[in-house]
Ligand binder design. Structure first.
Ligand SMILES: N#Cc1c(-c2ccc3cc[nH]c3c2)n[nH]c1N
Length: 256
């Protein structure tokens, strides 16, 4: 998996080289290149933004700089020029975090984990000139995605979230690959939230671990965990309970 990130704050992406992801990079499971957008400016001020057409507050990121940066990171090929789909290698996918994007979900994370090359464009100010996205879309898939219904100052924090979400799904990144299989939102949980977890001691500050988890009866434990997932999801994310598959409705009704 090749990851390129283009940003005016390269240092913001340093956390991707720490901990589990850092180990995956060291082991060659992931290649990460972070590019300073200002390397593609040509003026003394290294300007990357300008006033918005039509007026309004703030500044917009200039198309020329982004165009040159994306051309450098994802060089145009013969098939790009002639608009033909045939090409030897798979095209990179451009991901542009924006509050106006489609929701980034676990399903997106799974899709991104299957890509060979992802390029992340980190906007700042009021965002990136739309023509950058439109031009890129003429030669590669482009996703404008949002990590939630709130507004950040820039795209870098979203890239940290998105990369962590899909990179942990790559073979060899997680120490125990089966843990991802039981994640919240996973197919194994029918998209539900995970229930509560416990470890030693059995009693802590007068709070005891639920007896069923000490029973050694795996069938009972599995049912209890499923019920806990249903109850927690019902209270915190009722929208996810509404999406349960037909075959899970009886146990939903029993648990709730
Ligand atoms: N993804 C995402 C975002 C953002 C975001 C992304 C890019 C820029 C560029 C300037 N401001 C930004 C905010 N805010 N909230 C989200 N869920």
């Amino acid at each position: 998996m090749r990851i390129d990130v283009i940003t005016i704050f390269p240092e913001y992406l340093q956390p991707l080289r720490a901990a589990l992801l850092g180990k995956a990079i060291e082991r060659g499971l992931i290649s990460l290149d972070v590019h300073d957008l200002r390397d593609w400016t040509h003026d003394v001020h290294r300007a990357v933004d300008d006033a918005p057409y039509g007026g309004g507050p703030g500044m917009v990121m200039k198309p020329q700089v982004w165009g040159e940066a994306l051309d450098a990171v994802a060089p145009r090929t013969e098939s790009d020029e002639h608009g033909t789909e045939h090409g030897t290698g798979r095209r990179p996918r451009l991901v542009v975090p924006t509050p106006a994007g489609r929701p980034f979900t676990q399903r997106c994370a799974q899709e991104y984990a299957a890509e060979e090359h992802l390029i992340f464009a980190c906007g700042r100010y009021e965002g990136i000139d739309q023509r950058v996205i439109d031009d890129a879309a003429r030669r590669m898939p482009v996703d404008e995605v949002s990590i939630g219904d709130y507004v950040l100052v820039g795209g870098e924090a979203a890239v940290l979230v998105i990369v962590e979400a899909f990179a942990r799904l790559l073979p060899g990144v997680l120490g125990n690959p089966s843990s991802a299989a039981q994640d919240s939102f996973s197919t194994a949980l029918d998209g539900l939230l995970e229930g509560p977890s416990y470890t030693r001691p059995e009693v802590w500050r007068d709070l005891a671990v639920p007896d069923v988890l000490l029973s050694g009866n795996h069938a009972l434990v599995d049912r209890w965990r499923r019920d806990q997932a249903l109850v927690r999801t019902f209270h915190r994310r009722p929208d996810l309970v509404d999406r349960l598959p037909e075959e899970a409705l009886d146990e939903r009704d029993r648990a709730l």
